[in-house]
Design a binder for this molecule. Structure first.
Ligand code: PRP
Ligand code: ADE
Length: 167
């Protein structure tokens, strides 16, 4: 049979889905409570929460609002108006590109990145490269779900990853 990656096999055999969390208001509140608690204990003087397209947008603004911080979007290529900065990265099959508005984060601002799920780490790694292009300070990455077998947290080093559910 054709080669399939570990990530592909995991999606097919063990799909991890955040939809049940979103459907249950108590679960969603618990997720944001846990993130808020972690950030208040471990991160001081943050400037912005940066969320990843598309499912990072479901959690990021809720957390940002709790913390009294602004929220910034990292989008897939071609979606943002104005002047953008982009980073291309490899997927298991093909390539992708993420973008941010060039003035979304000012040099020196301290940001925390958020997404729903960490698999290989390619997406968050590319988003970290975007932050570096804008000379932001990366405080760390937050995800609801981490697929530990795929070692995404290693790929993101030296940046730290905080996850709520690990498989
Ligand atoms: O760690 P990685 O191997 O990069 O994979 C994780 C990324 O993959 C999924 O997004 P997807 O690309 O399916 O896009 P979507 O959120 O727009 O559905 C997930 O929401 C993460 O963003
Ligand atoms: N097992 C999995 N479930 C959901 N999304 C994924 N992305 C990569 N692996 C995944």
């Amino acid at each position: 049979r054709p080669h399939r990656s570990l990530s592909f096999d995991l999606i097919v055999l063990f799909p991890r889905d955040i939809c049940p969390i979103l459907k249950d208001p108590a679960a969603l509140t618990a997720v944001i409570d846990l993130f808020e608690d972690h950030v208040r204990k471990n991160h001081q003087q943050l400037d912005l929460i940066v969320g990843l397209d598309a499912r990072g947008f479901l959690f990021g603004p809720l957390l940002a609002q709790r913390l009294g911080l602004g929220f910034v979007l990292v989008r897939k290529k071609g979606k943002l108006p104005g002047t953008t900065v982009s980073v291309a990265y490899d997927l298991e099959y093909g390539k992708a590109e993420v973008e941010i508005q060039e003035d979304a984060v000012a040099p020196g601002q301290k940001v925390l990145l958020i997404d729903d799920l960490l698999a290989t780490g390619g997406t968050l790694h590319a988003a970290c490269e975007l932050m570096e292009k804008l000379q932001a300070q990366i405080a760390g990455c937050l995800v609801v779900i981490e697929l530990q077998e795929l070692k995404g947290a290693d790929k993101l080093k030296p940046h730290r990853v905080f996850s709520l559910l690990r498989y």
